[in-house]
Design a protein around this ligand. Sequence first.
Ligand code: DGL
Length: 265
Amino acid sequence: MIISSTAPLLFFDSGVGGLSVLGPTRALLPSAPTVYVADSAGFPYGKRSEAEIASRVPALLGRLVERFRPRLAVIACNTASTIALDHVRSALDVPVVGTVPAIKPAAEQSRSRVIGVLGTEATVRQPYVDDLAARFAADCTLIRQGSPALVELAEAKLSGGAVSVADIAAATKPMFAADRGAQIDTIVLACTHFPLLADELRAAHPGVALVDGGPGIARRIAFLTRGQPWPEAPPPGIAVFTGEPPSPALAAALARYGLHEVQTL
Ligand code: DGL
């Protein structure tokens, strides 16, 4: 298939979380045309049922692919990927990259063999996660926590709000209070919103390693698009919101990721 240099990479999340995948991708592919979609009308995905995600995400991505004709779509959301990746792949005729919890690299580096898996409530209950745990971390204790509060804190931070270390420590407390929780030495950031809070998470839990799948996904995107033509300079990136348009503070944050144009769907 001939790929036009202007065909974008399309990133999809429920909110701002996918920026943690877009950021490292831009670092590797600085002239890639970019469309970033926040399904703000469906946010938060973590509180939705499997059936809702499995019907909503492929339908929405189908519309988006028709509208923007991307060369590749990235489901920059663990919740949508662990539930709907196969449905999306069979519904679309473009390559689709998903985002799934980085349990394998976490198990490779944990010394205490006690790993926290911090995601949304929907993600941490997925059989997909059971499968990753059985394949790559069978000798580890995995303590899973779904945290809608952290998702909200990441959204607030990107909208210019202050996030305190105390807020973060309160949100992550159940994981550390669980049986063997005090031995957690590695946390899998199994929601794309959470790398946006990496500084605050590090301050709340010094000495605990954070595993962020974003850079690995960026490398995968670069690999899948190797040899393809890119424009000499990137056109302004487009941010698409399915609900209300972003506030001025959020629009300023999006511009820092090269997203200078805002559209609503
Ligand atoms: N960023 C999303 C994820 O990676 C979902 C956050 C939400 O909408 O609950 O799972």
